[in-house]
Design a protein around this ligand. Sequence first.
Ligand code: ADP
Length: 261
Amino acid sequence: MIPLIQVESVSKHYKAASDAGGTTVLQDVSFHLEEGQSLCLVGESGAGKSTLARLLLGLEVPDSGRILFQGKVMGGKNHRRELKRFIQIIWQDPVVYLNPYYTVSELITEPMAIFGMGNGSHQRDKMMQLLGAVGLSVNLSARRPCELSGGQCQRVAIARALAVNPRVLICDEALAGLDIPQQARILRLLIHLQQSMNLTCLFITHDLSAVSRICPKMAILTAGKIIEIGDTRQLLHHPVHPYSRQLMQRGDAPSDDGRLS
Ligand code: ADP
């Protein structure tokens, strides 16, 4: 069976304003994701993680290599409208990226309206159902992001992403702005949603402590290259590459049960 997503030898270079040099942000990155599978992409700040997310969303195109969705090349003009619906993302700070003028209800129904999914009453029903799915009371539907906690905002962002029935969910440092108890709750929610909806997920993080709970498979990205990819527990406890070993020693690699501290 063809994997849902195939990233094949992708490289990305940004030119410098002065015309000299520039930065190679991704070099020959390859991996694939089967439907319903999750991958945790770990790397320090500046490793190229968000650039990869932008490429997967079709916001930018690779300089070389290609990304395929269900066996078809995506990116640029080929990135069809359907793909924009199928691949959704949750960013780090929902309080910043959710439109502050919109109510919770508007934030969740807007993507359905954009993609022409059902009439107003269908969208409203689905919004209420999604609020339940992400653990929010319908009483919050008239509030705006500034009237919610960080964790509640992240739940709204998740409901908004799920509103258009995506196949792939990218979580780019989605827990980073939250305190530890909130991180644990949102993490549990994401794991539950991923499993119950058979979502294909890419979790992007610089934080090793949650990795083993999220995905059975992980990849380590440094300076734009994937240096190791494989079974999460194996990689966390027996890293092969010197950089991975350094990362495990420096980071708070989780205990065997992978519980958040
Ligand atoms: P990460 O998400 O791992 O922190 P990023 O993908 O955000 O890393 O960035 C990787 C590198 O690419 C950084 O050095 C960043 O400054 C650079 N970069 C990202 N976007 C651009 C851009 N549009 N133009 C030039 N350099 C960029």
